[in-house]
Design a protein around this ligand. Structure first.
Ligand code: FE2
Length: 282
């Protein structure tokens, strides 16, 4: 399996590295002995990250009466978990914010879809505790990262052929490339040294019942993925064939009546995230 992944990654070019500031910040966040001061110091060293954190904490989303002007204040206000999510989102935004013609996704669509799935998965997983909810956010954000590699290969494929029009997209990826985008994305996450539970959730976001330790995370991401597709955010070619796993819905206590509440919270979040995270690179 690793030989196939290595060849695949080699064919599509270098695996995009996770930015150094993110790696350092994630190491500090994961270390139970670390302090908020250490995290603030690391973020302060990166100009782009500093401006992002300050823009986000001062955004309409929080409605603060007095503006926050230092990263230290922002770290205290936002708390470690929110910062963790923000740092990861900001780091992968540059990777996800590109066109993926192989999946019929214009620039920005994969990013908006991913941040929408992240927000949805966090809401769905909230009943399982804050830690699980944040992990669901991260898994949702990264679930389709493997598409970045595949989409280059898909450009050479005749998408109008019957097999791609009517076949299962994930199966077709496996038939043509040896692995599907979920497996490839999980390998990318593993090489970024992200926690094993996230790697497992990414690997199984289309078949959540087969996840080992990340069953709830994979189910939350899977249901959120379907919900964000229904909202028309970054559907792409494969989205039209999305099959929802009923067992996953049951596992996270999901029913159709929850859709309108979820969409009312996802849509403004995607807009804000787009404005404050993606906009910084324009
Ligand atoms: Fe996917």
């Amino acid at each position: 399996m690793n030989t196939i992944l290595d060849k695949l990654i080699a064919r599509v070019g270098e695996l995009p590295p996770i930015p150094m500031v993110t790696q350092k910040a994630l190491d500090v966040i994961r270390d139970p002995d670390s302090s908020m001061g250490e995290l603030a110091n690391i973020l302060s060293m990166d100009e782009a990250m500093t401006s992002l954190v300050l823009r986000w904490v001062n955004s309409a989303y929080y409605g603060l009466k007095y503006p926050v002007s230092t990263v230290q204040q922002a770290v205290t206000f936002l708390g470690q978990r929110t910062l963790h999510s923000l740092v990861l989102a900001a780091s992968v935004a540059s990777l996800l914010d590109r066109a993926a013609p192989g999946y019929a996704l214009e620039r920005g669509e994969l990013w908006r879809h991913s941040i929408g799935v992240a927000a949805g998965a966090r809401l769905i997983a909230a009943k399982f505790g804050q830690r699980t909810a944040e992990e669901a956010y991260h898994a949702g954000l990264l679930c389709d990262i493997g598409k970045l590699a595949f989409e280059v290969l898909l450009r050479d494929v005749d998408m109008n052929s019957e097999e791609w029009q009517y076949g299962d997209f994930k199966e077709m990826e496996t038939i043509h490339f040896g692995v599907d985008h979920a497996t490839l994305g999980a390998e990318m996450a593993r090489r970024w040294r992200l926690p094993a539970i996230l790697v497992d959730a990414i690997a199984h976001h289309h078949n959540p019942s087969e996840a080992a330790e990340a069953g709830i995370l994979a189910a939350a991401v899977h249901v959120a993925d379907a919900a964000v597709m229904s909202l028309g955010i970054g559907i792409g070619k494969d989205g039209l064939q999305y099959v929802v796993d009923e067992a996953a819905c049951e596992r996270v206590g999901w029913n159709e009546s929850m859709f309108s509440d979820l969409s009312a919270r996802i849509v403004p979040f995607v807009e804000e995230a787009d404005k404050y995270i993606r906009a910084r690179r324009k």
